[in-house]
Design a protein around this ligand. Structure first.
Ligand SMILES: [Zn+2]
Length: 165
């Protein structure tokens, strides 16, 4: 018996939502490494990352320096367009109101997030700005991809922070 894999089927096996969420987790680790709250995001189009970002709120002293905002800016600059058509945004934590707003403004068609944010989540937890019927754009949302890993990053970061105090 022989097993044959054409390139296309191998690619389909490799590029799952989990695969891209792992890339977002890598971004979150970059934030963690510099003492930032570990949240990361990537934007994928045609099986390629066209934007990545991690939380930089403390280092930049900028309340808008969230992972998704940075990834959206990079993706727009790489596409030379403000509309992020045919893109999926992967983020380890449910988007806040600002980021959900930016996702709607940039017409991102699909959002995948890892874990819910009970204090700021606007992808369905506190409200659902990503799928508000009165807006002119709604995104498909998938939550819970690598949920435990994404949540663990945050809980261990805050545990370490508390131990330092
Ligand atoms: Zn945000």
């Amino acid at each position: 018996m022989t097993f044959q894999h054409d390139n296309e089927s191998i690619q389909r096996l490799t590029y799952t939502d989990e695969y891209w969420m792992r890339q977002a987790i890598e971004e979150a680790r970059k934030a963690e490494a510099i003492g930032e709250v570990p949240i990361g995001a990537v934007i994928v189009r045609d099986d390629q990352i066209i934007g990545r970002g991690h939380n930089l709120r403390e280092s930049t002293r900028d309340s808008t320096a969230h992972a998704e905002m940075i990834a959206i800016r990079e993706a727009s600059s790489s596409l030379e367009a403000w509309r992020l058509l045919n893109c999926t945004l992967y983020v380890t934590l449910e988007p806040c109101p600002m980021c959900a707003g930016a996702i709607v403004q940039s017409r991102v068609p699909r959002v995948v997030f890892g874990t819910r944010d009970p204090k700021a989540g606007c992808g369905g937890t506190l409200m659902n700005l990503l799928q508000e019927p009165r807006f002119n754009h709604r995104a498909d949302v998938l939550e819970g991809v690598l949920q435990e890993e994404c949540a663990q990053l945050l809980t261990s970061f805050f545990r370490r922070l508390r131990n330092k105090l």
